[in-house]
Design a protein around this ligand. Sequence first.
Ligand code: ATP
Ligand code: MG
Length: 493
Amino acid sequence: MKSFSELVLSPPLMRAITELGYEKPTEIQSQALPILLGEPTDFIGLAATGTGKTAAFGLPLLEKIDLTKHGVQGLILCPTRELALQVSGQINLLGKFKGVRTVAIYGGASFGDQVRGLKGGAAIVVGTPGRMIDHITRRTLDLKNVTTVVLDEADEMISMGFKEDLESILKNIPKENSRTWLFSATMDRDVRRVADIYLKEPRHVQVNRNEMLSSTVEQIYYVTRDSNKKEVLAKLIDSAQDFYGLVFCQTKAIVSEITQYLVERGYKVDSLHGDKDQRDRERTLNAFKDRKVTVLICTDVASRGLDVKDITHVVNHSIPRELESYVHRIGRTARSGKAGLALSLVTPANRALIPRIERMTRSKMKEGVLPTRKEVGTKKITEILTRFQNQTDFAKAKELIDENWKKEIATMSREDIVGKFLMLTFKELFEDVKKSATPSQVHPPSRSPSHSGTDHKRDYGPRRSEGHRKGNWQKGPRRPFKSKWGRPTTTSR
Ligand SMILES: Nc1ncnc2c1ncn2[C@@H]1O[C@H](COP(=O)(O)OP(=O)(O)OP(=O)(O)O)[C@@H](O)[C@H]1O
Ligand SMILES: [Mg+2]
């Protein structure tokens, strides 16, 4: 399909599409929209990350909303709070000219505000399963008028332990006249089971079955020991051209450790994980979107669906245990046709996973060569000296240099002056270099993922998620990836 005008979309939705700058439908939109705008049907839509699945379900959902009717008509379920907020934001933009009211309901935010939103005539509700159940139980959310349910990232909701909640919500939806649409970039067996039970003769669309990764992402891996990872990460950030990215870690403990390391070295860094309170989470994500923070260290809480413009890099501090996590994590970059880099730090023991990832994602990974400390140092110094040279307003500083110092400075070489100044102002820059001369002091034994007990529970938020996740480090064998990397999970029926 070449343009949106080939579809039967009402003028208010067409206007919203134009305002958002969407020139033509993406592949999943081209294939899903004609089906979803037509006769009511259940549906499964699978397409790579960043390819516009939200609008693929959002537009037909909005089109089906009957503004003369009261009550909630559309329900969208998402695995994380941030995603619920983002999806409701996008539905609001798409439904702006039609005047459809959308409310986001998720844990950690004010219950009262959400109730007011629901009572204020919301036609679409976007939320996480746990909070939705709370509203249903308190009778502040009535599902009797719901005609469309969308499960965004259903596989993740199930992995997080939301299966019962999900089923309980679906049971509350009137069977007649309602349809369920399921969207993701990946789909595992459990979701298929839920689909088998709750979806009736669903139509399927799977875009480029062979490509679950964005075609514009470049994947590079670096072989390094666990104890070197922090330093390697700093090097990768330093050697990148304007790094703006996410660093995914397996646990909250590693997130804290890395964040502290980078904060101490002056990076614009913050962290995102499920132990932070919701306001903090939202503040952090907004600071990242505004680029006040350019390095966001996070757990998989940020791996699904988040759409932040122009992320240049996604770094895997270690290869995640599951194929799905790998696909969704690196899908935060290289979105909507833009270029992006996915860098993975791999221990020598896990190097054997690389060909498996390549096979299962049907893509190629390159082995990267780390820049030397000298190269990184030279690049940093060059950047600082450029800023140094560009200083124009330094007359006031000169006035404060007394005569004795002027004489003293006259005896020094220019290079010595600059060298001393750099050493004094950017001490941390040279610390690693100095320390590296005595290797025994450089790398205090840091914990490796397989040896740090409860630290390595997966992290999605305080509520009922931890420990339920399939293939958890504790439950499974210590050897990572066994449950997931062993078999592909994205084939369609
Ligand atoms: N037709 C279009 N033309 C241009 N941009 C689009 C179009 N449709 C969606 N987009 C933009 O593409 C970006 C990615 O969309 P979206 O978040 O829906 O992807 P997704 O397929 O749901 O990805 P993920 O699997 O990571 O959740 C968004 O910024 C969205 O505004
Ligand atoms: Mg999405």
